[in-house]
Design a binder for this molecule. Sequence first.
Ligand code: GTP
Length: 337
Amino acid sequence: MKAIVLVGGMGTRLRPLTWDTPKQMLPLVGTPIIEYVLSALGQQGVTDAVLSLGYLPDRFIEAYPDNVIAGVRVSYAVESEPLGTAGAIRFAAERAKIDETFLVFNGDVLSDLDLGRLLNFHRERRAAASISLHAVEDPSRFGVVPTMPDGQVVAFVEKPAREEAPTNLINAGAYLFEPSVLSRIESGRAVSVERETFPSLAREGALFALADSGYWLDTGTPATFLEATLDVLEGRNGHRGPRPTSIENGSWRHPSAFVSADAVLEHAVVDRDCVVAAHAELHGVILMPGSVVEAGARLNGAIVGPGAVIGAGARLEATCVVGPGERVEAGALLLGS
Ligand code: GTP
């Protein structure tokens, strides 16, 4: 099966990490997020993927010059201006000349979606499009999708107040599309699949949705990026995706990193060329390549961008994000959100 993987967003919620690097190229325990995504899709039978690119497209193209990512053949559809999610799907499908049922996948989602089950459901219902749903405790940050008992979508409710949500099943960012849907997407302007295409298909009774109970996580915020990291370290990210070797005591370090024997690592990622000095403590921390933690600094739930330096004795608490190349002064106290 062919897939269009949406990776063209600006990733504003992960700024400043995404100023220079698109979200899906950020390293998750040493490997770019996109490799986890395509590895999982490959194991579900996806052979060819079109990466739908807009923001910093060269980062992908330069990183994978052989047009293969995690065993999946890839091609690139680069938008000259943001087309919105639906416009991006149409553009990529036309570029790749897709003329049969295809998968659309949000490239920042880690999941072990059962694609075969969704495809059977889609065919049985003769749906124009089918959406994979995921149950969450608090649906207020997501698009909520109430359905009839047979799965026909009743409505699309974007980010409802928690107590007003009609269901806790949310749009998981994985869709099956019939090519006939493409002609409904207006070209020449930004069109949102969630706000325009799906509500109009739902009104016609042509949109269906099926809950999937597997692993699912949207990596798009600092808190969920940290959560994804802990899940990979603990082996909780479903059964698919790359499995980093040499995780010790719940932490991973690149062979080129230096970690003092007197430092404490608990659920930490210490990437390529990082330095962790004596008596530093890292609890639930991501150090991106080339970053430095000086002596006695204590970090609790932090993401430290590439080449950043945390001064001696500094304290970082509650999901701090330190931008690429920034320096936190010695002895400083930073509280995140
Ligand atoms: P935020 O700015 O933090 O909301 O992140 P984002 O820009 O990635 O937006 P969001 O997480 O809502 O996007 C969901 C998926 O669609 C991501 O994989 C994005 O890369 C992708 N995406 C969003 N807008 C576009 C677009 O205009 N073109 C393409 N090709 N992909 C898009």
